[in-house]
Design a protein around this ligand. Structure first.
Ligand SMILES: Cc1cc2nc3c(=O)[nH]c(=O)nc-3n(C[C@H](O)[C@H](O)[C@H](O)COP(=O)(O)O)c2cc1C
Length: 345
């Protein structure tokens, strides 16, 4: 049975977020208040298909045991590369594959991927068909209403629904709107109607400005035909947003310590792999690399400490002295320096 048929109704998903929902942060959320389903950050199919990019693509697709069930999100514009990547994904422990047809990033769009697919619907359909025939995993799509005008959903969503994807996530904004205007909740009834008429078996997931479980449940009461809700930035406001829990400052501090520990463990495992292989090469923890093109391609880098600091504001917030503490932590250069500051609290 497909993962999409095993989820509760409504189900909640942690939105894929580049630079945020990596293997480390997903473990923090899995242990605080987990969603029903995780997505990876997006991975470029042409990277996977190239000798040079494959190791990096595989690193982005690393998953931890607590991630399951998890969907691999991919993007690109070459139909053949979608096939090649989807063939590999089945052996990596994923429950499904999601095609990103909504990313507004200018580099991604210039490369013809993400939201650029909205302007090349025939290519989008070809990529979808290739993905579908290359894997037994269910294939879903995440997209926006349109490129520049919200009304574009009236032709764009039917194009996708005609392919009967397992699930369709609609971020209720256009590419041009980025995240600058409120999500178009008023269009939900029409979107439900399109799904019901064209592909009733496709799970419909709504995304954009949904803050937490309570908010999702309220929307579900209003629109019971929505199958699931995807929450992105809500997790910054409350890492427990998939539950009804309002954490205390102590609980948030504990999560920060957990995040630091998980980061350190991950760095240590990367270092061990590099050392054991005698060079900066290693195999994926979930796979010996052979069916993915060989160990030769599994090059690893040690994730740097700097990006980790972006997470501090999630945990150090809303208590007297939080701002000053955060400022101190932002000046650290290592986990041990951060721990030293936290120890004195
Ligand atoms: C930092 C960041 C990175 C993102 N990366 C991705 C991505 O890799 N794939 C994707 O489909 N959407 C990505 N998104 C979009 C989110 O998945 C989501 O659609 C968007 O944030 C709207 O939902 P929200 O209002 O709940 O945050 C990203 C958003 C943010 C803020």
């Amino acid at each position: 049975m497909s993962i999409w048929d095993q989820l509760p109704k409504p189900f909640l998903i942690l939105a894929p977020m580049e630079g945020v929902t990596d293997i480390i942060f997903r473990q923090v959320i899995a242990q605080s208040g987990r969603p029903d389903l995780f997505f990876t950050e997006f991975t470029n199919v042409s990277s996977y298909a190239s000798e040079k990019g494959r190791a990096n693509a595989l690193e982005r697709l690393e998953i931890a045991p607590t991630d399951s069930p998890i969907i691999a999100q991919i993007w690109g514009k070459e139909p053949a590369h979608f096939s090649e990547t989807c063939q590999a994904l089945a052996s990596l422990g994923f429950s499904g594959v999601d095609l990103n047809f909504g990313c507004p990033d200018k580099h991604v769009n210039k490369a013809g991927g993400g939201a650029a697919m909205i302007r090349t619907p025939e290519l989008a359909v070809e990529c979808f068909k290739n993905a579908k025939k290359s894997t037994h995993l269910p294939v879903s799509v995440k997209t926006r209403l349109g490129w520049s005008k919200p009304e574009e959903f009236k032709t764009w969503l039917p194009t996708l629904l005609n392919e009967h994807s397992a699930a369709l996530t609609v971020h209720l904004r256009t590419k041009k709107e980025m995240s600058k205007v409120p999500a178009h909740f008023e269009l939900i009834p029409e979107i439900i109607q399109l799904r019901n008429e064209i592909s009733p078996e496709t799970k419909l997931i709504i995304n954009g400005d949904i803050k937490n479980r309570q908010h999702a449940l309220e929307l579900h009461e209003k629109y019971p035909e929505i199958d699931g809700f995807m929450i992105g930035r809500g997790v910054f406001e409350n890492p427990y947003c998939f539950t009804n829990h309002e954490p205390t400052s102590e609980e948030l501090l504990k999560l920060l310590k957990m995040h630091l520990n998980l980061y350190e463990e991950y760095v240590n495992s990367c270092s061990r792999n590099i050392r054991d292989n005698g060079s900066e090469r290693r195999s994926s923890p979930r796979n010996d690399g052979r069916e993915l093109g060989g160990d030769e391609n599994n090059y690893s880098h040690i994730p740097s400490y700097e990006p980790l600091k972006h997470f501090f504001k999630i945990y150090i917030n809303n208590f007297p002295g939080a701002k000053e503490l955060r400022a101190k932590l932002m000046e650290t250069h290592s986990v041990s320096e951060a721990r030293e500051i936290l120890k004195n609290l």
